[in-house]
Design a protein. Structure first.
Lengths: 142, 449
């Protein structure tokens, strides 16, 4: 199944809805709780990244019996130094965003940490695309 | 795995089929069907939220009657700390205990004393370097059940030590059996409960062969009996054992104060608890050591079976706590007395806490995905007013019910109106069409030339 959420840059009130949505859906599907938790964290970090850094973005989530694919595409400033952005603690978030308790430099590292496959592409001045895959454990009897 | 017994029950005759309860239920466990509320037993966590919100008093909690005392040779009351909050600020705690004995119990054992023991056990457990942060108190059974139903990934964050109630029951039986030579199964321990979730917990434990506590008596029922006696009850009064900290467990923050864990988070009210657990699940509170979560606003003094408003109760309880601080006797050395250090294993929770997949759409993942997809489609066709008139708590829940075959789209009154409108238009259209035989159209009858 396919779910899509729009995320507006700077909208911290609505961000989190994709994570809440996927959590609810995965609970209904009966996905292992720990796996569902990882998918929700990845989704949440993707949402927050768009809200913090970009102007506009989409989170699309595909749920298949054997894996979950979380794709985040945004129109935004892009990332100049991807290897640096992948390091824990590295952040380009502004002071006021940090004051709100975000922008600790954990977003991308967390997304990679909690996913089984992780790809990122970015073009400065255009935007960023992130694709994270979470493999579902095979159920006994299948 | 399905829990069969629930303390929270519906009184059919009183239910008017209004939708107040369905919207307040934290696990979306209630539907109104056929003009009556129906509680889904898998989802219900016995928090008592529906008891509080029902204006018709159609929700109730099943507790044990006082007559159950007769089943035992010797009975011990286990008063919850919140009981002390139900009487005036100036009430002497010993008189409350003496009243309990006068109303038919042979002895009392303060659950506040059990709380002192639970505090000790909690701190011992937290020494374990493998415990997951935040470690979540398992003292509130509604919160434990909530975690089983809605946050199964947090089950291993729960601190698996017996609750103050269970500690009190276990030690009361042991001590009495030793002292009087009565076998433990002839000794009945009765919790004086502020909430339905504890009643369910007691029954659950009993059904699995653990009898630290044999019954739960509603605080409502005990209240009247105590009130009758409180002013006139003569000495001797039972000796007080619980510390001020133990008594303080009756209100939110009591566990934090008693354990003296500075790096802790305290939350009460089931909807607030859900919000905090969402944060925990997302890994954003991993640096917090201890989480005290109480389903009721105010903590146990806000339980659905308490008499007083929780804020007034808090004032009273604070006064009882303060007065216990004035006592001159040295604090009890319960660790030594009960040899707790040597028997920590005995106080690990006997109930297996397992995930309850009450929200799963289908046993089969592929089929569940198809159903989830259908839900997204149906929810988009619903008005999104979340009015609850259909008997489901909100439009998305109705969509789920429709896909599960438990409701139809015309249960939505707006949907129904739409369909009636279409039907009415068709009727009007048809009404305009007179049968050919009656038509007086200029062209008619002349067409066959």
């Amino acid at each position: 199944m396919y779910l899509e959420y729009r995320v507006d840059g700077g909208d911290f009130q609505a961000s989190g809805q994709a994570a809440a949505g996927i959590k609810r859906t995965l609970r209904q599907i009966g996905i292992d709780a720990e796996v569902a938790r990882r998918a929700a964290i990845v989704t949440y970090e993707a949402e927050m990244n768009i809200a913090i850094h970009a102007y506009l973005g989409t989170i699309s989530i595909e749920i298949l019996p054997e894996r979950i694919i979380i794709q985040a595409d945004d129109e935004g400033p892009g990332i100049a130094d991807i290897p640096a952005a992948m390091q824990v603690g590295y952040s380009t978030a502004t002071e006021d965003i940090r004051e709100m308790g975000f922008g600790a430099g954990l977003g991308l590292p967390n997304m990679r940490r909690y996913s089984d496959e992780f790809e990122i592409e970015s073009q400065v001045g255009v935007g960023t695309s992130v694709r994270a895959v979470i493999i579902l454990p095979a159920k006994e009897g299948n | 795995m399905t829990q069969l017994f629930h303390s929270v029950l519906l009184i059919e005759e009183k239910c008017r089929g209004c939708t107040r309860c369905i919207r307040n239920c934290p696990t979306e466990a209630i539907r109104v069907r056929g003009g009556k509320a129906r509680i889904n037993v898998e989802r219900c966590i016995d928090c008592g939220e529906c008891i509080r919100t029902c204006d018709n008093h159609a929700k109730t909690a099943v507790t044990d009657p006082l007559s159950k005392l007769e089943e035992f040779d010797y009975t011990i009351a286990l008063p919850a700390p919140s009981l002390y909050a139900q009487f005036g600020k100036e009430t002497d705690r010993r008189k409350i205990l003496a009243s309990l004995i006068d109303m038919g119990f042979n002895d009392v054992f303060e659950v506040a004393y059990g709380a002192d023991i639970a505090t000790f056990l909690t701190l011992e457990y937290l020494k374990n370097p493998n415990c997951k942060f935040p470690a979540i108190s398992a003292a509130c059974p509604a919160v434990v059940r909530l975690i089983q139903v809605r946050f199964p990934s947090l089950i291993d964050h729960l601190i698996p030590v017996e609750s103050p109630m269970a500690c009190a029951g276990k030690l009361a039986k042991e001590k009495t059996s030793e002292r009087l030579g009565i076998p433990e199964d002839k000794i009945g321990t009765f919790f004086i409960t502020p909430c339905p979730a504890k009643v369910t917990w007691v029954r659950e434990a009993n059904s699995r062969g653990t009898f630290f506590v044999d019954g739960a008596i509603s605080m409502f029922d005990a209240y009247g009996e105590i009130m009758k006696r409180l002013l006139t009850i003569p000495p001797p009064y039972p000796q007080l054992k619980a510390s001020p900290d133990g008594v303080g467990w009756g209100r939110t923050g009591g566990e934090r104060i008693a354990s003296k864990i500075k790096n802790s988070l305290v939350v009460d009210g089931i909807h607030n608890v859900i919000n905090v657990l969402e944060e925990v699940e997302m890994g954003r509170l991993d640096d917090v050591e201890f989480l005290e979560a109480q389903a009721c606003v105010g903590g146990c003094i806000g339980g659905a079976l308490t008499v007083l408003n929780p804020f007034i109760g808090k004032m009273n309880l604070e006064s009882v706590v303060d007065k216990s601080k004035d006592r001159s006797e040295p604090p009890e050395d319960f660790v030594k007395e009960f040899r707790l250090k040597e028997r920590l294993d005995e106080f690990i929770m006997k109930l297996d806490i397992m995930a309850v997949p009450a929200f799963r759409l289908d046993q089969d993942v592929s089929r569940a995905i198809i159903k989830a997809e259908m839900i997204e489609k149906v929810v988009n066709e619903l008005p999104g007013l979340d009015c609850g008139s259909c008997g489901s708590p909100h439009c998305r829940a109705l969509a789920e019910d429709i896909v599960q075959g438990l409701a139809v789209d015309t249960d939505c009154i707006l949907k129904l109106r739409e369909e009636i409108e279409i039907l009415a238009e068709q009727l009007l259209e048809m009404a305009k069409k007179s049968p050919s035989a009656l038509k007086r159209d200029d062209n008619s009858g002349e067409s066959g030339e």
